[in-house]
Each structure stands twice: as C-alpha cells, then as structure tokens.
Design a protein around this ligand. Structure first.
Ligand SMILES: NC(=O)C1=CN([C@@H]2O[C@H](COP(=O)(O)OP(=O)(O)OC[C@H]3O[C@@H](n4cnc5c(N)ncnc54)[C@H](O)[C@@H]3O)[C@@H](O)[C@H]2O)C=CC1
Ligand SMILES: O=C(O)[C@H]1O[C@H](OP(=O)(O)OP(=O)(O)OC[C@H]2O[C@@H](n3ccc(=O)[nH]c3=O)[C@H](O)[C@@H]2O)[C@H](O)[C@@H](O)[C@@H]1O
Length: 440
C-alpha cells in the first residue's frame, strides 16, 4: 500500500519509517526543509533508539521518501496520516490546532479523487468531525474525502517498539458516513494485527477521548504517587517501598508509580490542560477539576526540589555550585519540552546558584532552550567542585553511578536523587548526605 505522513517529528518520523518497515511505500511530508533533508539522507533529527536503522533500511529499500511538497503527496497516495504538533496555546490551557488546520487547508484542495485522512495527533474531542467537514468542503472530490482518527500511544524512547507492537489499535470513524478507513487500516496494519492486538473501531469522539483519557490517567497515577510522596516526606516513610507494596496488587500495578520530579515532555502536561479547557467549553468542567490538582501536585515537585537544593546547600543557593545530572524530560530521549530537570535548573540559577548541567543526549536542545546555564560534557565534569549533585533524569549511566565515582570530585558529598533511582544506603555509607523525594 501507499500512504503519506504529514508532520515528521517524534511521532510522524517514527510512523513513516515503521509503515515502510511493514512493507508499504511511504512519503513523509514536513514544512521544515532541514528536517526533510536530514530524514531523506537517513539521519533522524532527534534521538530515538533504533529509529535510525529502520529509517535507513527502508530508504535503501526505496520504500521511504520525504518531501515538503503537498502536491507530490496528494499525487502519491490516497491514504494520508496527520501527525503534526498540537502544542498548548500561549497563555491558555487550550490546544493550538493551527498546524492541524494548516494540513487540511493545504491538502484538501488538492484531493480530486477519493481519499482517507487519518489523524494521529492528540486533539480536543470534536476536532476530527470539524476537520471532516472542512476537508469535504475544500476538496474537489467533496464527500469522497473521509477523515478518521487513529490515536497514537507510543512513548518516546520506545517509539519503534510501541509502533510495531502496540497494546491496542483504536480507530474512530464518522458513523454518519460510509467510509473505507477501517478496511484501509486493517490492510495497512495487517502485519501488526496478526499478533492478536485488539483493534477497536468506534466513533470519532470516543477515539479522540480514549487518547486524552489515557494520558490523563497516566498523569493522575504519577501525581497520585507524588502526593503520597509528600506525606512520606512528612513522616519519614519511604515512597519507593510504598509503591512496591501497592504495585503487587494487580489492580494497581507498579508501573507509573515512580515518585520523583514528576511528569514533563511534549504531551502529558499539555494534554491534561487541553482536556480541562475542552471540558470547560463543553460545560463538563466540574468533571475534570481533579486534573487541576494533578497538574499542581506535579508542578509542586519542581519547587520542592529547589527548596531541597537550598536546604542541602546550607539554606541558600546563592553562590552554590550545583551539578544537575539530566536535562531530557525522561531517559532515552533528547526531548526537553517542559523538562522538569531543566525547569529546576533554571529556577536554581534564578536563586543565584552556579548550575552545571550534563545529559547524555539532550545538551544541544537544552542549550537552545536555556542558553544561560553551564553545560558539561560528562557527569564528572558537571560535578566538579559541586556543593550538591541533583540527579533529575534517571538515565542508566546516572543510576549506575557509585559514590567512589564522585567522592573526590565534589566540594561537598551531597546527593539529591530527584528520581529515587539510587540506593540511599550506598551513598550514606560512603559519607554522603543523601536525600530522595519522599524517601525520608
Ligand atoms: N511525541 C510523542 O511521543 C507523541 C506525540 N503524540 C502527538 O502527536 C502530535 C505530534 O507530536 P510530536 O511528533 O511530538 O511533535 P513534533 O513537534 O516533534 O513534530 C511535529 C512536526 O510537524 C511539522 N509540521 C507542522 N506544521 C506542519 C504542516 N502544516 N505540514 C507538515 N508538517 C508540519 C513540524 O515541522 C514538526 O516536524 C502531537 O499531537 C502529540 O501530542 C502522540 C503520541 C506520542
Ligand atoms: O501522548 C504522548 O505523547 C505519549 O505520552 C506519554 O509518553 P511520553 O511522554 O513519551 O513518556 P512517559 O514514559 O509517559 O513519561 C512521561 C513523563 O512522566 C514521568 N514519569 C513517568 C513514569 C513514572 O512513574 N513517573 C514519572 O514521573 C517521566 O519522567 C516523564 O517526564 C505516554 O506514556 C504515551 O503513551 C503517549 O503516547
């Protein structure tokens, strides 16, 4: 089969490469010529484990190409995926849909034969129906253009794995109109679905809500354990052992109960806010009030970390040398969008600390976002003469750090473990002051 993918960022580049991996002919479309040039040459313009190999294998096979040309895309296929960004609007909670609208407004007028547009982006409920009306009005093919919604659930750092082995496939279709989105996607995903992966077909609104509800639940689970973490801090209890004990209950499960600096990234924070905004527009805002608390618990973790850093530096950050290990919003990613680690680093600098940041993959993106911070090329360099070391993103190389790696590097043996990924006893035995978030 042939398909296009509009938007070749973290989601779209992965989707395009993986659809080619399934044996299809794919054309990725982006308005960023730099990104298109890099992808066309087999270079992934961001860090995503394993994606480079899939990209290059399928470019070499002649199945995968990238372009900035919408007319080329309209000619190339009749199945078009939409994977552009839906960031939070400046100064509002609502999602910014201008990129989504731009794809439809530019592509639809070129559609002079039947076509299926399948949304992957995370959008407020009701968007898909609106885009369908918009596309049918603009397309020469009129009602022969169908808009469906197939939300994406991939996690950064596991994007290829999650795309090729999803937990489930969800497809929303316009129940008012006969269409071929379901048959097209069943054919496109056939090699995936063979692994008895559930394929749920529903209406457009339900599919849109499944996605935002999934992210809202995940954010809620994280803020739940971080709320409990605040109680643990007040009682000297250990939230990591508490989470282990909760996780043995199959109804709760241990995953996403890691207390620490909380959630960031280009999705969870914006998606819960957009969900609240949309619910408000629909008159259902009471229903999602709890998400306000989810958001504020999450943001409180960051200010708590800054307080803790000041505490361990003798009560003030003024003039303190602070090493920050981790800048990406999570390990195995270079994504610094709403990174809790960088947010904390920036706040500490504002409090007068001299901050030195190291991250295995996210330094370039960090420099662009926070140019005034100091950046190191290794953990040891970042910790040189440090009054405190803050572990804020749990990269494996940081979780594997031993006290002897840093004993003679720092000015004061103080470790603040923002992701509770170190063994407190190891560090305390080596004479370090060790503080976790919610670990006594
Ligand atoms: N990043 C992730 O792990 C996941 C993201 N999503 C959702 O997917 C969507 C995209 O997210 P990301 O890939 O992270 O965003 P991104 O910002 O990395 O990529 C978006 C891409 O779209 C391009 N673009 C913008 N306007 C365009 C247009 N008119 N035509 C063609 N290309 C255009 C941009 O140049 C950029 O390369 C969002 O709605 C997000 O919530 C869903 C699941 C996972
Ligand atoms: O819509 C999206 O973009 C995606 O958002 C999340 O994926 P992602 O943001 O890539 O990363 P997660 O692994 O979910 O982590 C999100 C944040 O939560 C934090 N987190 C995660 C787990 C945990 O136990 N505690 C915790 O603080 C991480 O550090 C990170 O900052 C969802 O997990 C994906 O299913 C979804 O497709």
């Amino acid at each position: 089969m042939r398909c296009t993918v509009f938007g070749t960022g973290y989601l779209g580049a992965t989707h395009a490469a993986c659809m080619a991996e399934l044996g299809h002919e794919v054309l990725g479309v982006d308005i960023d010529p730099g990104k298109v040039a890099k992808l066309s040459s087999g270079e992934v313009p961001f860090y995503e484990p394993g994606l480079g190999e899939v990209l290059r294998r399928n470019i070499d096979a002649g199945r995968l190409h990238f372009t900035t040309s919408y007319s080329e895309a309209a000619e190339f296929a009749d199945l078009h995926f939409l994977g552009v960004g839906t960031p939070q609007k400046k100064g509002e909670y609502a999602a910014d849909l201008r990129h989504v609208h731009s794809v439809i407004d530019t592509l639809a007028p070129l559609l002079d034969r039947p076509a299926v547009i399948v949304g992957k982006s995370t959008v407020p409920v009701g968007t898909a129906a609106d885009l369908g009306a918009r596309a049918r009005a603009l397309a020469p093919a009129g009602d022969a253009v169908e808009v469906a919604w197939n939300p994406e659930f991939l996690r950064e750092g596991f994007a290829v794995e999650d795309t090729l082995h999803p937990d489930r496939m969800v497809l929303g279709v316009d129940r008012q109109r006969p269409g071929r989105a379901e048959s097209e996607l069943r054919e496109l995903y056939a090699r995936l679905l063979g692994e008895d992966i559930p394929f749920l077909v529903t209406d457009l609104a339900t599919a849109e809500l499944v996605k935002v509800s999934a992210n809202a639940f995940l954010a809620t689970k994280i803020s739940f354990i971080n709320a409990i973490s605040e109680v643990c801090e007040a009682t000297g209890a250990d939230v990591t052992q508490l989470a282990d004990a909760l996780g043995y209950d199959a109804r709760i499960g241990r995953r996403f109960l890691n207390a620490g600096l909380g959630f960031g990234g280009g999705c969870l924070p914006k998606d819960i806010r957009a969900f609240m905004a949309r619910a408000g527009e629909l008159g259902a805002n009471q229903a999602l009030h709890f998400l306000r608390e989810v958001d504020s618990i999450n943001m409180r973790r960051r200010t708590r970390m800054v307080e803790l850093a000041a505490q361990v530096c003798g009560g003030s950050l003024l003039g303190a040398n602070v090493a920050v290990l981790g800048a990406a919003f999570k390990p195995e990613s270079d994504d610094v969008r709403d990174s809790p680690a960088l947010n904390v680093a920036g706040m500490m600098q504002l409090h007068g600390a001299v901050v030195s940041v190291y991250d295995p993959k996210a330094l370039d993106n960090s420099r662009r976002l926070f140019p005034t911070l100091n950046y190191a090329t290794s953990a040891v360099e970042a910790c040189d003469n440090a009054d405190a070391v803050l572990l804020l993103t749990e990269w494996a190389e940081f979780a594997d750090l031993k006290p002897e790696d840093l004993n003679d590097v720092v000015r004061a043996r103080v470790m603040v473990d923002g992701r509770n990924c170190l063994d407190a006893a190891d560090w305390r035995t080596a004479g370090w002051v060790y503080r976790g978030l919610g670990r006594g």
